[in-house]
Write a protein of this length. Sequence first.
Length: 72
Amino acid sequence: MALFMSAASVKTPPPEPSHSFLVRRTVEACELAREAAAIAAEGIATGSMSHLNAIRQCEKELDAIDVEVDSA
């Protein structure tokens, strides 16, 4: 009787479906937009212009997500 050793196969996870990627990035964009809106509201309420840089950074990140989603 011969003994056979079975080799354990290593399974790699399948690539992320494109819809999962789109949903994840869309949720991230919504959270980022909410953050930008809160910063803008605080800037309006306080009359402070110092919040503009933070809003600009949020806008850059939103633009980057937009490019990613468009190319997916």
